[in-house]
Design a protein around this ligand. Structure first.
Ligand SMILES: *Cc1c(COP(=O)(O)O)cnc(C)c1O
Length: 217
C-alpha cells in the first residue's frame, strides 16, 4: 500500500458505512521515519497531520520543519511536555496533571494544543483512563482551560491467542463503545484505528485514523 491507496480505501469505507466523504481523516504516523521519507511517502500526496509518538523525535523533526502540522500520539511524561510546543493536537491525555502541565507550558508558548483523552481498552494495557473515571477526568482536564475535542483508543494486540474473527469482533465492539461514550459526553473527535484495524474504526465512526506502516511500505 501507499498513501493514495490508504486514502482511497478510507473514502470507500466511509461510503460503505454511509458516512460523509472525508469524515475519517488520515493522521500519518511518522515515528521512526526520516524527513525525506515523510516528504516522499506522505506530503508528496497532499497535506496531512503527522503523528509522532516519541517526544524528542518530535522536537527534532519539528525544529527542522516547523511549517508541517504535528500531532503527538504517544504517552506523556512530565519532563517531556516542553517538547510539545509545535503540536496542534495531543491524542493521549490520561490524567489531569498532564493537561495542567501542558496548560502551564502553553502560557509561555502563547498558544495551546487541543486534547483528546485516551480511553483504557479494557485489556492488559498500561495506558488510558478507565471508563469509570472518564467523566471525572474530563471535568478535571477542562478546568485547565484547554479544549478537549474527543477520545482516543488503541485496540489490544490479541496476537495468535485469539482467532481473527473473534479479535475483529472484540475490536469493533471496543471502537463502537468508545464512539458511544464520546457521544454521551458530547465529544465529536474519535482517534481510532491503525494499519491493522482502521477499517473497523471507520465503521465505528472514527474521525481520525492513525496509520503508519501502511504508508511506508
Ligand atoms: C505507531 C502508532 C500507530 C501507527 O501504527 P501502524 O501499525 O504503524 O499503523 C498508531 N497509533 C499509535 C499510538 C502508535 O504508537
Amino acid at each position: 500500500m501507499s498513501l493514495p491507496d490508504v486514502v482511497a480505501h478510507l473514502r470507500a469505507l466511509e461510503q460503505e458505512a454511509g458516512r460523509e466523504s472525508g469524515s475519517a481523516q488520515l493522521v500519518a504516523v511518522t515515528k521512526g521515519q526520516t524527513l525525506d521519507s515523510i516528504e516522499r511517502c506522505v506530503l508528496a500526496h497532499g497535506t496531512f497531520p503527522l503523528g509522532e509518538g516519541r517526544a524528542q523525535e518530535l522536537r527534532d523533526k519539528a525544529a527542522e520543519r516547523p511549517d508541517w502540522e504535528w500531532h503527538y500520539i504517544g504517552p506523556l511524561q512530565r519532563n517531556k511536555i516542553k517538547y510539545l510546543r509545535p503540536v496542534t493536537l495531543v491524542h493521549a491525555i490520561e490524567a489531569a496533571w498532564q493537561a495542567q502541565a501542558i496548560a502551564e507550558a502553553a502560557g509561555k508558548w502563547g498558544h495551546a494544543p487541543d486534547l483528546l483523552l485516551q480511553l483504557h481498552n479494557g485489556e492488559e494495557q498500561k495506558h488510558g483512563v478507565p471508563t469509570d473515571e472518564l467523566a471525572q477526568t474530563l471535568r478535571e482536564v477542562r478546568e485547565t482551560g484547554l479544549s478537549v475535542r474527543g477520545l482516543m483508543v488503541m485496540a489490544p494486540d490479541f496476537g495468535a491467542d485469539v482467532a481473527q474473527a473473534e479479535a475483529e469482533s472484540r475490536i469493533l465492539r471496543l471502537f463502537t463503545d468508545t464512539a458511544r461514550r464520546a457521544h454521551d459526553l458530547g465529544l465529536s473527535e474519535l482517534s481510532m484505528g491503525m494499519s491493522g484495524d482502521y477499517p473497523l474504526a471507520v465503521r465505528a465512526g472514527a474521525t481520525l485514523v492513525r496509520v503508519g506502516r501502511s504508508l511506508f511500505q
